[in-house]
Design a binder for this molecule. Structure first.
Ligand SMILES: [Mn+2]
Length: 336
């Protein structure tokens, strides 16, 4: 064990009754990798034997932590908005819109905890966590998690040579990223985090229950491409996929750029039984220069994100507001 510090503490040693809650950005490759990585670190270097409860979080207008119980022995939040509650001992994020409302930034700066780490220039939160834990605790991720971190950097920052590369479903990391984006339940993602904390992406992808679902994701791909091609509507150089009329339909994600390579921006509007999601992105493979800070734009409508990708999540009963917000975002992005 590279870090003997916590191991020397007999009070923590293999205390199976100890529980850590890890809050993470749900349905996201970086969010789940971050949660798996932090879980492995915590069991290795802080408190062996801890039972980890991964809890997927979604961005909401208002306080996403309202009604969330911080009742475990310790709490961590990764790849998700800042939570000022002192019981949230650990926090890592790279979203420029992490502080909402902005006054939370003052809390972060004033308390100056070494276990609260924010770097909006990090390509992925998993990469930020790995670098921080190595520097501060001398903890090196096991090879299977180091591999997942490399993929999180690549996927979260869309560092692919082309849209074709980005949507490929050949390697386990990309197959699992597509699976995570395909309407997984919080129970699915919590189990996935636990598996990934202990085994490789290839091993997780080969689990019989997962393999069946990965095959289904691949089968649905051709059908999805047809739909994406059919529903894209141009507004200047912005392509819009309005799926609000089709509850449960997914955002095209990178498939939008594959089918509409000339777009500068892509916006999708999707709806489930509980939430409405507007997703906004800059085409990573477009030669058109970026004209907007998308995270800032989304934050003005109650959402958040990065300069090149962001979103707004609303409640399912806010359809009118969602339609108005979609129209407003389209107007802002389409004007030159
Ligand atoms: Mn991330």
């Amino acid at each position: 064990m590279p870090c003997g510090r916590a191991r020397a503490d007999p009070g923590y040693h293999h205390d199976l009754s100890r529980v850590l809650k890890v809050f993470f950005h749900d349905a996201c490759f970086d969010g789940t990798t971050s949660a798996a990585l932090f879980s492995a670190f915590y069991r290795d270097a802080i408190a062996p034997g801890t039972r980890v409860l991964p809890i997927g979080m979604v961005h909401t207008d208002g306080d996403p932590f309202a009604g969330i119980a911080l009742d475990a022995d310790d709490h961590a939040c990764v790849d998700f908005r800042f939570c000022a509650d002192p019981r949230m001992t650990w926090w890592f994020d790279h979203h420029p819109t992490a502080f909402q409302p902005p006054a939370l930034r003052d809390v972060f700066l004033a308390r100056h905890l070494s276990t609260w780490v924010f770097d909006p220039t990090a390509p992925s939160c998993a990469g930020l966590i790995a670098r921080t834990l190595t520097a501060a605790y001398g903890w090196t991720p096991p090879p299977h998690l180091a591999d997942a971190v490399v993929w999180a950097d690549k996927i979260d920052a869309a560092k692919f040579a082309s849209a074709e590369d980005a949507v490929a479903l050949v390697l386990p990391a990309q197959r699992l990223a597509a699976w995570l984006a395909h309407g997984r339940t919080p129970v699915d993602t919590a189990r996935y985090v636990e598996w990934l904390s202990r085994s490789s992406l290839a091993e997780v992808a080969a689990r019989p229950d997962v393999a069946v679902q990965l095959a289904a994701v691949e089968t649905e791909r051709a059908q999805e491409l047809d739909v994406v091609r059919r529903i894209g509507v141009w507004h200047g150089d912005v392509i819009v996929f309005d799926r609000l009329g089709d509850v449960g339909a997914r955002s095209p994600g990178f498939l939008g750029y594959l089918e509409f390579p000339r777009c500068a921006y892509a916006i999708s509007a999707t709806r489930t039984a509980t939430t409405i999601k507007l997703s906004v992105g800059l085409n990573p493979w477009s030669a058109v220069p970026r004209r907007h800070d998308i995270g800032e734009l989304c934050a003005r409508y109650g959402g958040g994100g990065h300069a090149v990708v962001g979103g707004v999540t609303l409640r399912a009963d806010e359809l009118t507001r969602a339609q108005e917000t979609l129209a407003a975002i389209v107007r802002e992005l389409a004007e030159t």
